[in-house]
Design a protein around this ligand. Structure first.
Ligand code: PLP
Length: 425
């Protein structure tokens, strides 16, 4: 579509996510996406430095994914997933189980990250219900983001994003964000809650809280918290929607922890970031609590697009690419480049909270008004766009988590744009 008529129609007919439509500037009109690059109808190109909201891991328009999707479409496009199955879902489930610790044995399909979390919570609640035990409480971490559906919002940060919905949330006990300083106290608090025997589940984003500003926390704390949950029989849910698929340098964040969760939520990079798909993976013990002669004991949950064959084909093709050494070498290379740039950032006074984990680099620009609504946010966004870099700062937090096919030259372009930003801001 021609640029001005496209943007006019967009303004007239489209309501964008996380956007104040009255004040938002014109959106980018993207006409092509290839590798790490997005091209707009003005002929400008942008490096997709946040992997299109953290989903795109292998670059846009990848030929292997395109071929797999085309082939899948000609065989089975999408079919009902209750009372029917298909090879791409079966193959994907087996491959995901093979990648995860042996305790995790069953895959439930859904549509995206939020539904993967919603399924995890419902599974946990019904697990206790089916066993006739009264466990209704949930523990989560302050600042958490688990998605935008009601269950997922309930266990997420209580902030301006979900204020209108707060009266409808179930009760959750939030632990402060863990640091090396407060870890001991938090574990003490957690144990007090767990001892009540009423806690159904703990849900966390393992190692890194994404939306609260790519905040990293100690692995040791997580292992200790999970140990406590196991001691008191509370189920542990790892929301790996953001941390999965190599983002943290290993396949999953749980590859860094000693303890294994009871439920894992996966999405985002699962399909290489080209189609929506969510997986909730769990243990034999949880699965078995739903087996009974009565249908009412079953997990009576599903979505029209559950197990979409096209999405499964994309996920299988993405997993093929993770079997190639090149992908892991690229992930390592990106981390090395980030670490070098982080050293340079450390010398600057304007900057704090620098962290690197796998392909994620994050830091804060010191500001009087920190947080998501920091006045610095729009300045940062525009400055980077002008220099051909698309990233979405979380307030005064800047982070990069690019597709793994990004070159060192492109990384340097991003670092250079950040350096020039720090000179003017
Ligand atoms: C993005 C995200 C979600 C929600 O996933 P959607 O696909 O956007 O619904 C849930 N949990 C975490 C940790 C996320 O980063």
């Amino acid at each position: 579509m021609e640029r001005s008529s496209a943007l006019n129609n967009d303004k007239q007919f489209v309501w964008h996510p996380f956007t104040q439509m009255q004040t938002a500037p014109e959106p980018l009109h993207i006409v092509r996406a290839l590798g790490t690059k997005l091209f707009d109808s003005d002929g400008k190109s942008y490096i997709d430095a946040n992997s299109s909201w953290w989903v795109n891991v292998h670059g846009h328009g990848h030929p292997h994914l395109a071929a797999a999707l085309s082939e899948q479409f000609q065989q089975v496009d999408h079919i009902i997933f209750a009372g029917a199955t298909h090879d791409s879902a079966i193959r994907l489930a087996k491959r995901v189980i093979d990648l995860l610790p042996q305790e995790l044995t069953k895959v439930f399909f859904s549509d995206d990250g939020s539904t993967a979390v919603e399924v995890a919570l419902k599974m946990a609640f019904q697990y206790w219900f089916n066993r006739g035990e009264n466990r209704k409480r949930v523990i989560a971490l302050e600042g958490a983001y688990h998605g935008d559906t009601f269950g997922a919002m309930s266990v997420g940060a209580r902030d301006v994003f979900n204020k209108p919905f707060e009266p409808f949330f179930f009760e959750v006990d939030f632990l402060d964000f863990p640091t090396t300083k407060n870890a001991h106290e938090l574990l003490h608090q957690a144990e007090k809650l767990l001892k009540s025997g009423e806690v159904a589940a703990l849900i966390v984003e393992p190692l890194i809280q994404g939306s609260s500003g790519m905040r990293m926390y100690p692995i040791a704390f997580l292992d200790q918290l999970v140990s406590l949950c196991k001691k008191y029989g509370t189920l542990v849910i790892f929301d790996e929607v953001m941390t999965g698929w190599g983002r943290t340098g290993r396949m999953f964040a749980l590859n860094y922890t000693e303890k294994v969760p009871d439920i894992v939520c996966l999405s985002k990079g699962l399909t290489g970031g080209v189609l929506p798909l969510g997986l909730t993976v769990t243990t034999e013990q949880i699965y078995e609590a739903f087996l009974h002669d009565e249908t009412a004991r079953a997990f009576l949950h599903g979505h029209s697009f559950t197990g979409s064959a096209l999405a499964c084909a994309a996920a299988n093709a993405s997993l093929d690419l993770f079997e190639e050494q090149d992908t892991w070498e690229a992930i390592e290379r990106i981390e090395e480049q980030h670490l070098v740039f982080a050293q340079r950032l450390k010398k600057l006074e304007k900057v704090s909270g620098i962290g690197v984990c796998g392909t994620i680099l994050r830091f804060e620009i010191n500001a009087d008004d920190s947080g998501y609504f920091s006045g610095k946010r729009d300045l940062i966004y525009q400055h980077m766009l002008d220099r051909g870099v698309l990233l979405r700062p979380l307030g005064n937090v800047i982070y990069i988590n690019p597709p793994y096919c990004i070159t060192n030259e492109e990384l340097d372009e991003i670092y250079l744009a950040i350096t020039s930003l720090l000179e003017v801001i």
